[in-house]
Design a protein around this ligand. Structure first.
Ligand code: GLC
Length: 722
């Protein structure tokens, strides 16, 4: 806190302090209805505000456009009694106006710098529209592809999620200058553990699992200096996060030392009543304040009941002051108190947003996040082909930029058809082939598509799921591509074998059938504004795929949840028996345990040889650092990138330990024939975990070391921690 914010606080009335904790949509303050750029991101609960005080709420959310921000902020200040500027927040999740791939894709680039650069770009675009805060990064660890929000996450690994959280926070916040925005890590905590992959559903995990898997990435964001934390909708240990004192006060604030703003998710205070965790809004207000939550988003328990609670001595003015000061301090740090128009700039926004530079970075992000899942040799296509058919429901649409599109527009997004025409000109033709709906049965477009395929030298078949089938609230009980798309593929393959599937999805899909029948599969995820150009460059070899999956692709939904960093169980099925049914082991009658594609998997057009594995010592004394190294050689025909991964297994612990855990990664570029040595430090800190007594320690004993191209790699050495 500063002298200035303390003075402002001292001059605030009790009612004004309470209103400063309220957040409502920015559109409330717009003077003209037609300029509504409001993005609805949740149910509009009844937010009961005193008309005279509406213009003294402290913050607002979700609005796009510099002009609209100026309109809203100036109208707010004109009507505000106390003239403390409004701080505006926005879901800038994977881009503001120039959208880059969904986070599940960007994480797969295994490129910290790229993740940071993309966030920096988004921050500049959002700041120029007058935004001060983004509700990102979302770092919820995910294991169930039925959940629609896996697309926002970095995946199933705590370490990778933490690395991406750090890079993204640093990208958004930078030096907190005029082109930066404050980041808000979410959703605290363990929202991704929703049972059955159904959004907002029950989370019921042990404290150890919470600490071992789900909390590390939030902690990385806090350690990176994130300015805000958003609580999750779900319960943890039976208590809704927003009212969960153990989570917010004891872990986040007391244990981790976070003294920034904690904001609820959309209406979550009042939803505590629906959860059955409190009687009414008054009790909800008490639980939230007692837990240490500051801003109430889109419900009004504080406004309606905090004064009463203070009068009754259940909440103290000191608690209220602390919450208000956190908001004032962030406003001061961002420069909002001096000038709420600190970064908004209509002309500059028009120049910067969707600029060639930003599009180029978004295109790079898409190219480096795409994952080559299969290639029997058809890719890359040659540019010398005389005819290219683009077929499929996702072939000529800009609806490939993901469901958190913020200010991104479909009409500004490059489709695959557009991208291929830019690359190859008129030899590219399009046919829809079939509708996108998962329950569509209309085969009437098949013939036209087959004729085009028959007449073309190669076919790009664009399949997958509609971008609105993932994202918040968009969960599915089937995670394969639709039957109709398989029928289309079969018909196309009857007339042309030179086919590559470009897959568009916001989640891992159980595409065993596609893996069997398609000659090649390039997973573009939801690639963003430049998706079509990135796809074209990858398919025709101007770029070489280097992305990896950061969430396991199951063979079938029946295997879920399935993730690489699992425990071994007392009756593991031997890997060599994977294809067999071995009764009385942990397996299925009808399917191997192994996934379709494992965490960290992704092919290239070239090949890499890993050799000369080394470990500097087979003993680690406390405080030592060991070095694990490997030589990686490009033995193929293309210059390419490779994400080299380090895994470690703690063979025995006072609690059972995962069969392996990602502990390091480095993305390298190798020319044809080039060889590089990649080294990783191994420290005692990396070996720590939450043991039997819930202490975060490294227990003595054997540790195995793995280095490879994905999580299916085998150990090459081990060491004893003394
Ligand atoms: C939504 C989401 C959250 C988002 C918030 C504001 O319900 O859960 O991620 O930041 O509301 O739009």
């Amino acid at each position: 806190m500063s002298k200035r914010t303390k003075e402002i606080l001292a001059n605030m009335t009790l009612e004004q302090k309470i209103y400063h904790l309220q957040q409502i949509t920015t559109a409330t303050f717009l003077t003209t209805k037609e300029s509504k750029f409001e993005i609805i991101t949740g149910p509009d609960s009844a937010v009961k505000l005193d008309k005279g005080m509406v213009y003294d709420v402290g913050t607002s959310l979700n609005l796009v456009g510099a002009e609209t921000m100026i309109d809203a902020e100036s109208n707010y200040l004109k009507n505000s009694k106390y003239k403390i500027p409004l701080m505006i927040m926005q879901d800038v999740i994977h881009g503001h106006r120039t959208l880059y791939p969904i986070n599940l894709a960007v994480a797969g680039s295994f490129d910290r710098e790229l993740a940071k650069d993309l966030a920096q770009m988004a921050a500049k675009e959002a700041a120029l529209d007058g935004m001060s805060v983004t509700f990102a990064p979302m770092v919820d660890l995910v294991r169930d592809p039925r959940w629609g929000r896996v697309m926002e996450s970095s995946g199933e690994d705590p370490y990778l999620n933490g690395e991406m959280a750090k890079a993204t926070v640093e990208g958004y916040q930078g030096d907190m200058g005029k082109y930066n925005i404050a980041a808000c890590v979410k959703h605290f905590a363990a929202y991704g553990a929703a049972e059955a992959g159904r959004d907002y559903n029950t989370v019921d995990i042990s404290e150890r699992t919470l600490r071992e898997y789900y909390l590390p990435a939030y902690k990385s964001a806090v350690d990176a200096g994130v300015k805000m934390v958003m609580t999750a909708f779900n319960i943890v240990d039976g208590v809704p996060c927003v009212g969960n004192k153990h989570l917010v006060k004891e872990i986040l604030r007391d244990e981790w030392g976070f003294d920034g703003i904690v904001i609820s998710d959309h209406g979550a205070y009042e939803e505590m009543i629906v959860h059955g965790a409190c009687e009414d809004k008054k009790e909800a207000a008490f639980l939230a304040m007692d837990a240490g939550c500051d801003i109430e988003m889109m419900s009004s328990c504080y406004v309606e009941h905090l004064k009463e609670l203070i009068d009754e001595g259940k909440v103290t003015v000191e608690q209220l002051d602390k919450a208000v000061l956190r908001i004032l301090d962030l406003k001061e740090e961002l420069g909002v108190l001096d000038n709420p128009y600190r970064s908004v700039n209509v002309e500059e926004a028009k120049k910067v947003q969707l600029s060639p530079e930003h599009r180029a970075l978004a295109r790079r992000g898409a190219a480096e996040s795409a994952v080559l899942l299969k290639n029997d040799g058809v890719l890359p296509f040659s540019k010398k082909v005389d005819s290219v058919a683009v077929i499929g429901p996702l072939g000529a649409t800009g609806a490939i930029h993901g469901s958190w599109h913020c200010g991104g527009k479909i009409e500004e997004t490059v489709s695959v058809y557009d991208g291929l025409k830019s690359l190859l000109g008129d030899k590219v033709k399009y046919a829809q082939g079939c509708p996108i709906e998962y329950d569509a049965v209309d085969e009437s477009f098949f013939d036209e598509a087959c004729q085009l395929a028959k007449a073309s030298e190669c076919v790009v078949l664009c399949l997958g799921e509609d971008q609105e089938y993932s994202g918040e609230g968009n969960c599915r009980t089937s995670i394969d591509i639709p039957e109709l798309q398989y029928k289309l593929l079969d018909r196309i393959l009857e007339v042309n074998k030179n086919v590559a599937v470009a897959l568009f999805t916001g989640r891992p899909l159980a595409i065993s059938r596609l893996d069997k029948t398609a000659p090649a599969i390039l997973n573009m995820w939801m690639p963003g504004t430049e998706g079509g150009n990135a796809c074209a460059s990858l398919l025709f070899g101007d770029a070489v795929p280097s992305g990896k999956i950061t969430m396991t692709f199951p063979r079938a939904l029946g295997q879920c949840p399935i993730y690489y960093n699992h425990y071994t169980t007392g009756r593991p099925k031997a890997q060599e028996d994977d294809e067999k049914f071995v009764r009385f082991t942990s397996c299925y009658l009808d399917m191997p345990n192994s996934p379709l594609y494992p965490f960290g998997y992704g092919l290239s057009y070239t090949s890499f040889e890993y050799s000369d594995f080394k470990l500097s010592s087979n003993t680690m004394n406390r405080g030592d650092t060991l070095v694990a190294s490997v030589k990686v050689k490009n033995t193929g025909k293309y210059k390419a990138k490779e994400a080299v991964q380090l895994y470690i297994r703690d063979v025995k612990g006072s609690c059972v330990r995962p069969v392996k855990e990602l502990k390091g990664f480095e993305k390298i570029t190798l020319d044809v024939g080039e060889e590089k040595t990649v080294s990783f430090d191994i420290t005692e800190e990396m070996l720590k975990y939450w043991n039997r007594d819930l202490k975060f320690v490294a227990e003595k004993g054997e540790f195995q070391v793995f280095i490879g191209k994905d999580s299916a790699c085998k150990p090459f050495a081990s060491f004893m921690l003394i």
